[in-house]
Ligand binder design. Structure first.
Ligand code: ADP
Length: 272
């Protein structure tokens, strides 16, 4: 009996450790696979603009006897690709930093109303160039969060840039801020091309671009929304998307609200 119990116990222990290691290993394997895929995709995306720059500069060099004006087209192509490369490198660095825990976000009081106004002003010209009605709906209440102002600014830029980019001429984009007791809800609503139901869960993945977006050749890289998701989650918030193909898209961000100036003053008054 003792022998059977002993063997049974050993088998159970072995099975336990097998399952435990299986459970412990699979997330590591998954994360390794994700990382491998990311590096592969990133290298591919970096290689394309570099090749374009190189070939355009080669053409200019073979026409070295001509003046700059005669080679303007090639030089402008190279410049546009260099700009794309800069954006891509910045996005990749942001995501690499997001993956490492070595760069904590700043923890300051941030006025989201101010950020919304600033980004709205900055994007008004882009919207106007496409004859898009561009609205800003603010709440009368304070909209303070605790976090990193630069990153939150970047979040608004990503969502508004997409909304205008994926909306046809004459459409409408609305940036809305609603304040509840404990949260601030930011929605960016557009009347653009929309995202198919089957793709809505994928748009926050790195390098994901919908077929419709690819067809339009808007020059996107598919990294913006994965950066947006990281920023929101680093601020203990949530981001979601609702969309109907051909009708429009709404991105909704919910962030925890920090005490406003008045509330903060009241609190420090009562603590005296
Ligand atoms: P991109 O640089 O391609 O815009 P993002 O990560 O910001 O990358 O977005 C990923 C994909 O999600 C886009 O390529 C597009 O297919 C889709 N998408 C994002 N925002 C919108 C929007 N407002 N309307 C329609 N599709 C969108």
């Amino acid at each position: 009996i003792l022998l059977v119990v002993g063997i049974g116990g050993a088998l159970l222990a072995l099975l336990g450790s097998f399952y435990a290691s299986g459970r412990a290993l699979s997330p590591i394997a998954r994360s390794w696979e994700r990382q491998r895929q990311f590096v592969g995709d990133a290298s591919h995306e970096l290689r394309t603009p570099l090749a374009v720059i190189q070939s355009n500069l080669d053409i200019v060099l073979t026409h070295a006897h001509e003046g700059v004006m005669d080679n303007l087209e090639w030089l402008n192509n190279a410049k546009a690709e260099a700009r794309r490369l800069t954006r891509l490198t910045e996005d990749l660095l942001t995501l690499a930093r997001a993956d490492s825990t070595m760069t904590p976000l700043r923890n300051e009081r941030v006025d989201l109303q101010k950020i919304a106004e600033g980004v709205h002003d900055a994007y008004a010209i882009y919207a106007e160039s496409k004859d898009i009605q561009f609205l800003l709906e603010r709440s009368a209440d304070d909209a303070y969060v605790t976090g990193d102002a630069d990153r939150l600014h970047q979040l608004f830029v990503i969502l508004l840039d997409n909304a205008i980019k994926y909306t046809q001429e004459g459409g409408r984009v609305t940036l809305r801020e609603e304040v509840t007791k404990g949260t601030i809800v930011v929605t960016v609503e557009d009347s653009g091309i929309g995202i198919d139901k089957s793709e809505q869960g994928l748009v926050f993945e790195r390098f994901y671009r919908s077929d419709v977006a690819r067809e339009r050749e808007t020059g996107g890289l598919g990294l913006g929304l994965s950066i947006a998701k990281w920023i929101v989650e680093a601020h203990r918030g949530r981001i979601s998307v609702e969309s109907t193909l051909g009708v429009g898209t709404t991105f909704r961000v919910t962030l925890p609200r920090a005490a406003g100036v008045h509330q903060a003053v009241e609190q420090s008054d009562t603590s005296r």
